[in-house]
Write a protein that binds this ligand. Structure first.
Ligand code: ATP
Ligand code: MN
Length: 427
């Protein structure tokens, strides 16, 4: 007999029929004549009852929390059971009897983080990971629909993409390499062959600050394409985000509800997004009492304050070139301004950075020198401007930051299964 998924049982597919399920004990309560078991599998939870007269009684007695088992019984509709159905068990076979499970109610955040490998079994993490997987699907579908080709850039790299301060060194045989901070430069290589390209890959940042928006390893959704300008870039990014939010609201409704997420926040994400220039953003901040000067980068506090004006995702564009990376294209008539754009959301601030890339070899060399970088480290990157250069744009969106906002997570570490931060890398 095939095994039934709990979710299918709760949907009523097996009413009054015999089923066999496999899963783990979530809860157990013993009465005189009846043992109640709540069993979970990847799809949900169901209550099972074992009568004293049943041949399954002695196994049910032995079962401990988180033991794995196979259980056979009859599905009965029962309005008192959570989910509306329960299984009257006829036979149980214990697969793996669990020792005393260390996670119980009312434990500290700290302890739960220490036993991450066990906490991942929790319903909360199960739901977040399912939504995360769906968001990856929605993202890929959107890129594909727009004619992008998925690619897989390397994680070991020989020269920095972003600033050197967040670079991880790796001993690579006799040499020193780095872990990539972004796949952008590699996507730029590939546009000369595939044109529209994207990747979903890890990026590494040696971030010492402990914030709700920084990991040392995160998943970066990056797109790059030729023959495009800033208008194309912003239209693409806003359409991608709206697509992800609408699809998630439409297809993950039950999971969102169980996580107590405000779904209306997601359905409210429609195009076009509000857009303000960096200069306008500075004026807004000055009006609300900030002490910042034109030319300063925005920190988390400034970004949060700006977001209060919009209460939904929005763009800030045309940042000063001095606070942007060497590859950012600058206005020909205003070299102090970069053709760049960040997407910001309430509570979190920046979730993506994009822009036009400098396509002129001479200006690019100037920028490399200005930033104190070595021209020879970027020789292959300069080749892209030597042989058939094209105007092009691209962006990077942090998957976990997006999830923190979409799912109202308190901390970015819950947006992925195995968070890496300054202090956490176990298991
Ligand atoms: P911030 O200044 O907020 O630390 P950044 O401007 O250095 O970020 P970018 O280089 O623009 O980051 O990276 C693109 C996107 O990758 C960011 O908008 C963000 O969504 C994500 N990201 C960057 N650093 C991290 C990190 N340490 N942890 C998680 N996501 C990150
Ligand atoms: Mn950025």
């Amino acid at each position: 007999m095939p095994f039934a998924k709990i979710r299918k049982i709760l949907e009523g597919c097996y009413e009054n029929r015999k089923v066999t399920i496999r899963g783990w004990i979530y809860r157990k309560r013993k009465g005189k004549a009846l043992i109640f078991l709540i069993i979970r599998d990847s799809s949900g939870f169901i209550q099972c009852t074992v009568k004293r007269a049943s041949p399954a009684w002695s196994e049910a007695e032995q079962l401990t929390i988180e033991s794995s088992l196979q259980l056979e019984g009859i599905v009965k509709p029962d309005s008192r059971a959570p989910g509306g159905y329960e299984i009257t068990a006829h036979s149980i076979s214990i697969i793996g009897l669990a020792e005393l499970f260390p996670i119980t109610k009312d434990q500290s955040e700290e302890f739960i983080r220490d036993v991450r490998h066990l906490w991942l079994r929790s319903r909360r993490m199960n739901l977040i990971m399912k939504i995360r997987a769906n968001i990856l699907d929605f993202t890929r579908a959107f890129f594909r629909q727009k004619g992008f080709t998925e690619t897989t850039p390397p994680m070991f790299i020989s020269a920095a993409v972003e600033g050197g301060s967040t670079l991880f060194n790796v001993k690579y045989f006799d040499q020193n390499l780095f872990l990539t901070q972004s796949s952008q430069l590699y996507l730029e290589i590939l546009i000369y062959s595939l044109e529209k390209v994207y990747c979903i890959a890890p990026s590494f940042r040696a971030e010492k600050s402990r914030t709700i928006r920084h990991l040392t390893e995160y998943w970066h959704i990056e797109g790059e394409w030729p023959f495009a300008d800033m208008t194309d870039l912003m239209s693409f990014e806003e359409a991608l985000l709206a697509h992800i939010c609408q699809q998630t609201a439409g297809k993950c409704g039950e999971e969102l509800e169980e996580l107590n997420v405000d779904i209306s926040k997601l359905t409210a994400v429609t195009i076009p997004f509000p857009k303000i220039s960096y200069t306008e953003a500075v004026e807004l901040l000055l009006k609300s009492g900030s002490k910042l000067k034109w030319g300063d980068d925005f920190g988390y506090e400034e970004e949060k304050k700006l977001a209060d004006n919009f209460r939904k995702p929005f763009f800030v564009y045309d940042y000063p070139s001095s606070i942007k990376a060497f590859y950012c294209k600058t206005y020909r008539d205003r070299p102090e301004i970069a053709l760049s754009v960040d997407m910001l959301v309430p509570r979190i601030g920046e979730i993506s950075t994009g822009g036009a890339r400098e396509e002129d070899k001479e200006i690019l060399i100037e920028r490399i020198k200005e930033m104190g970088l070595k021209e020879q480290d970027y020789d292959w990157y300069l080749d892209l401007r030597r042989y058939g250069t094209v105007p092009h744009v691209g962006f990077g969106l942090g998957l976990e930051r997006l999830l923190v906002w979409m799912l109202d997570l308190e901390n970015i570490i819950d947006a992925l299964p195995f968070p890496r931060t300054t202090r956490r890398f176990y298991p």
